[in-house]
Write a protein that binds this ligand. Structure first.
Ligand SMILES: NC(=O)c1ccc[n+]([C@@H]2O[C@H](COP(=O)([O-])OP(=O)(O)OC[C@H]3O[C@@H](n4cnc5c(N)ncnc54)[C@H](O)[C@@H]3O)[C@@H](O)[C@H]2O)c1
Length: 284
């Protein structure tokens, strides 16, 4: 599905639960080469090295570079080391949960709003700028979004940043189209990762999907569905698709109101039980 032997830079690895990890694995399955980026060495030590889902041999086999996307020099240095790049995945977001997420949208900590916007949205333009010269025959960028046309509780400024990210995807698609570089986003349903668990009452959000999604949605397993879509958008079958937001959310985004009992997919209660194991208690 991806370009065999093509190099794909997958940015935003934290641990084996990261969406970036699932996407990288899928790219490799289709014969692509993968270079992961981790924010910094400390993050790698704290989360990736300590995680026990991969053996030391599996970890050692991964190509990893460090890149903090708020540091333009680091993004430049990352791509300076590389030859031709077939595609880039931007699987990165951050918002201080104390000031940018939660019950109240208001915050006077404007620096946190700026940081959240820089990391979660504007950095895609920095990445595109330094990746583009490595795509002389064209290439593809894919960013990760979450339903931004609706207001979800607690998601606050991250929802605003996702709306901005989707607008940026369209603007970049317009700018780079004549150089055959495509830019798209995937809007994924809730998936259990470190970033997701930092959202206050994430379990409430995950439970909301049971009321919205006509297809069964499994926040633990459906990273694979997102990875399939990423491989499609990165590869030649999507060569006329750019500036789009592809919803990989079990269909939740097209449902008005909540599902009627007879519309609820079979098996969601079993999934819900699995999801709630290991998640903090929350209202709803
Ligand atoms: N998990 C979900 O429910 C869900 C749903 C839809 C979209 N997304 C999006 O998917 C993407 C990946 O998140 P995830 O859920 O895999 O969580 P994750 O915590 O595994 O990944 C988030 C990554 O962002 C990185 N990051 C934060 N600040 C950075 C910086 N300054 N420079 C470089 N990297 C930085 C973190 O180090 C981490 O690797 C994010 O854009 C997230 O908003 C997640």
């Amino acid at each position: 599905m991806v370009q065999p032997d093509g190099l794909y830079v997958v940015m935003g690895l934290l641990d084996a639960d990261s969406i970036a990890f699932a996407i990288g694995r899928e790219i490799r399955r289709w014969g692509g080469r993968v270079l992961f980026t981790v924010q910094n060495e400390r993050m790698k030590r704290l989360f990736f090295d300590r995680g026990d889902q991969l053996t030391p041999e599996e970890k050692a086999a991964l190509a990893i570079e460090f890149c903090d996307v708020t540091q333009e020099a680091e993004v430049r240095a990352l791509f300076d080391k590389l030859g031709p790049v077939a595609g880039v995945v931007h699987s990165i977001a951050f918002a201080n949960p104390k000031t940018c997420l939660g019950e109240d949208l208001f915050t006077s900590v404007v620096d946190d709003l700026k940081t959240a916007f820089h990391i979660s949205c504007a950095s895609l333009a920095t990445v595109a700028h330094y990746a583009r010269p490595h795509m002389p025959q064209g290439g593809a960028l894919v960013a990760l979004s979450f339903e931004s046309r609706k207001a979800f509780p607690y998601y606050n400024w991250m929802g605003v940043n996702k709306a901005a990210l989707e607008a940026l995807v369209r603007a970049l698609a317009r700018q780079y189209g004549h150089q055959l570089v495509r830019v798209n986003a995937i809007s994924a349903g809730p998936l259990t990762t470190k970033a997701a668990k930092a959202i206050p009452h994430y379990a409430h959000l995950a439970r909301t999907w049971r009321k919205l999604s006509p297809l069964p949605w499994d926040p633990l397993e459906d990273k694979l569905a997102v990875a399939h879509a990423a491989a499609f958008l990165l590869g030649p079958y999507a060569d006329k698709i750019t500036g789009q937001v592809l919803y990989v959310d079990g269909g939740a985004s097209i449902v008005g109101g909540s599902l009627l009992p007879q519309e609820r997919p079979h098996g969601v209660d079993e999934i819900a039980t699995l999801v709630e194991q290991g998640l903090p208690l929350s209202p709803g």
